[in-house]
Unconditional design. Sequence first.
Lengths: 378, 378
Amino acid sequence: MTRTTADVTFLRGYNQALVMAVGRTVRTFERSTVVHATGLTPQAVSKVIARLTADGLIRSAGVRRPGIGKPAVVYELVPDSRYAIGAHVARRTLRLVLVDLAGTVHHSTVSPLPADFTPEQLLDALSVGIGAITAGTELRSRLTGVGIGMIGPLDHAHGLVRDAHGLRHWHDVPLRELAEAHLGLPVHLDKDVTAGITAEAWRHGATFGDAALIMVESGIGGGFWLGGTAHRGAHTNAGEFGHTVVDLDGPRCVCGRLGCLEVVHLRAIEAGDVPRAARVLAVGVVNLLQTLDLAHVVLAGADLLRHADVYLPAVERAVRTDVPRADWLAPMVTLSRLGADVIAAGAAVQVLDQLYGIPDLTPGTPPAIVRQPVAGAH
Amino acid sequence: MTRTTADVTFLRGYNQALVMAVGRTVRTFERSTVVHATGLTPQAVSKVIARLTADGLIRSAGVRRPGIGKPAVVYELVPDSRYAIGAHVARRTLRLVLVDLAGTVHHSTVSPLPADFTPEQLLDALSVGIGAITAGTELRSRLTGVGIGMIGPLDHAHGLVRDAHGLRHWHDVPLRELAEAHLGLPVHLDKDVTAGITAEAWRHGATFGDAALIMVESGIGGGFWLGGTAHRGAHTNAGEFGHTVVDLDGPRCVCGRLGCLEVVHLRAIEAGDVPRAARVLAVGVVNLLQTLDLAHVVLAGADLLRHADVYLPAVERAVRTDVPRADWLAPMVTLSRLGADVIAAGAAVQVLDQLYGIPDLTPGTPPAIVRQPVAGAH
DNA sequence: GCGAATTTAGCAACAGCGTTGCGTAATAGG
DNA sequence: CCTATTACGCAACGCTGTTGCTAAATTCGC
């Protein structure tokens, strides 16, 4: 409805973000690198770099470069200029990570959550955990916010947990508001899988194509990165990939339908047949490819990574043999390099992405986190 | 890789397109309508309207409006200021339509294509057909281009038909280039289903949310509209929705896999069991909803529309009963109002959309059609 | 009737963006 | 020591949407 309007401040943010994306992707860069990668004029790049340097987001890292002509100034991202905290709320555990501007994970802690925990119990666990991470450090002033990755269904746009599968006290809980009030920091709430794929995309910069994160961990979910942003869907509830039917006459799933990918996969696991489980998952992955045509498939989740040696080849084979014109259409299949931290790291990255990532002008995306002054910035 | 850079000309195009989107969606509008819908300031709207009026794209349609204060000037789109031709290339037929700036279909003709036709035969059929439509009219000068919607796999970015299913002479044919040379007009090549969903989205303006067009016609395909643009995928080959497995032990499909939606559906049709075919399709639609969370599902295709009274209720029921929290998540399910013209109309609309639609800044989208001077424009 | 309130719309000045033109600094090669 | 080459910034510019203010056209209240 109310579409974001485009004014000159949008231009500044957009082109600035392009430069930041370069800085994230490569370790060091010069002006000419940016000119080539973005298509901006050298003069425009100079202005952007001056602004970013003034904000402390990038800095000069030496000069010199072999070759003719005046040596170019080399720049690099200042990773510790901004931080964000990411939380992965699972059924029984809370994982917290500290992530810097470059997307590097610094701390990673796991703490148990009470059985069938309440919103209040989660908030307490969050503030205790965050307090422990920031205790005795100066980074509070450079902390941009907290991202929370959680199972759905949830309403990202309004920061609302609608129903968390298997948790009794979570119906229409305005978690984002509650957490912002409780923590005194901007909070970003999103589905676990969507957060996860954001972590992967952030690491790859602006060149990351359409991709999916397949997560197998007490259920099967899929996070999507389409057209340069996370795909959340009309009600911000995309990703229930495990509840797609792959066997019309299959067993009944907890969701009520017959033969969902998740239940068929689970039966194979229960029978101790991991290879079959992997093949079933691979069928689902190829289904996604046929529908969406993806460039990357990232595999994640504790239950999958435990048998990564079985799942990865199974998916790779299916992708090569079952996709028509695989020479042209087959995606790159990898394991998530962030391992068990993907979701939490992604949740943190979403906070950074909202501030320093490439903005888009799509409808229904009100800025949840307002850019706030940070110590050292002007 | 090379991402489009954002400069002030982008601002102009973007905000101009926002106003055009309002003009397409409602029959008549005032400045205040645009201000409210876009968030632009009244002054900015005045400037945009002045430019669009000078280009002949919109015009004043009377003044007056009951109410207090100075009467507002009423504006409307000038539908016949620009046209585009759309072609739907099927296995045996060529459908051509003439579409105006408002998205209205003016002519619709169907001509047979030779069995196993060659690229040359298609080009001839195209120029004959287009000649017939434009003959004796003045609209050649207002013709912005030709859109071609076709079965895949094809490469939209490079205007290349990779392999058209069931057509022997279509392997790596640079159809866009060939057609541009042959017709002397800008040509836009895309998959049939992607063109189709564009037609639907165009009619609804900027408020159209994530959506899919489900097409049943010598195969099953899906076109997607996600985040404000057509989703084409990493290799511009998304949409092979019919080749997703829904029955692990099902019959073998032409694509080689077992139990694809398409083959299971076909078996039901061959058995004369249309209700079962519809239920199978509905399972596939719910799979899409679980994965992508869509706001609209549009049903189309000759084979579906022939039994629309069976398919529509079947899908509607599945969407209400099989989607969890359907009260919140269920999409609107409709039949395509353009009927048999969807694909051709959508192909035409894609040309108009590239010129007057809301531009986006996503990577890998070089402007295929350059804005060209049109008679009457300044 | 007539002034006040209300709504619409445009002119003029402005701030901020990337762009263009050109001058300057720093290096290597002859 | 001069020239070619490369890097980079200052200054002026064109363009965008924004802000401040004025004028025009209507309804409403007295």
